[in-house]
Design a binder for this molecule. Structure first.
Ligand SMILES: [Cu+2]
Length: 181
């Protein structure tokens, strides 16, 4: 009895508490580490499972741009092309310019009251290119009008044309002068 009493005396209460507290602290530390490891693992997993970010905004591509041959004295000529947008946001063709043209306008063809074909600047002044869509500028429809031509449009000639899009900015392409095919 006195011996056990003596043992207790050897480890005063505050020391026992101190040893116990150390053990608890170590346990908490280990748990915290496991928790942290789980959070990191979950984050890595989420990063792997999440799909790659989609191309945001409009993605404009212009293909098959051409125009009919005509002498300089014809004054104006039309340009045709396909404009596609593989992005996830619509864009608008708002203007054009070329060193080969005094003025560039965006036109649409229409049928007049007496059955004739006419053309005029597009309504609203722009051509919308929808997300994931394609707009065809073609004979008898939408076209880019080159007014006050600087040169003859001879077969085989390539004319530079800069198209301005509301969001995608300027895109310069070559217009191939050739017969309608
Ligand atoms: Cu026109």
């Amino acid at each position: 009895m006195s011996q056990s009493q003596g043992q207790i005396d050897m480890y005063p209460t505050n020391t026992i508490h101190a040893i116990h507290a150390k053990g608890v602290a170590r346990l908490i530390k280990r748990r915290a580490f496991i928790c942290l490891a789980m959070v990191v693992a979950a984050g890595v997993l989420a990063a792997c499972v999440a799909p790659p970010p989609a191309a945001s905004g409009p993605q404009i591509k212009i293909e098959g741009a051409w125009g009919r041959p005509s002498p300089k004295m014809a004054n104006a000529g039309a340009f045709y092309m396909a404009i596609s947008n593989s992005g996830n946001e619509a864009d608008k063709l708002i203007a054009g310019s070329s060193p080969s043209c005094g003025t560039v306008e965006l036109h649409e063809s229409y049928q007049t009251a007496d059955g004739m074909m006419g053309m005029r600047p597009v309504a609203g002044g722009s051509i919308e290119i929808p997300a994931g869509g394609q707009i065809e500028l073609k004979v008898g429809g939408l076209h880019v009008m080159c007014i006050d031509k600087a040169d003859d449009f001879a077969v085989g000639v390539k004319l530079p044309l800069t198209l301005t899009f509301e969001k995608s900015g300027d895109k310069t392409i070559d217009i191939e002068i050739r017969e309608n095919q």
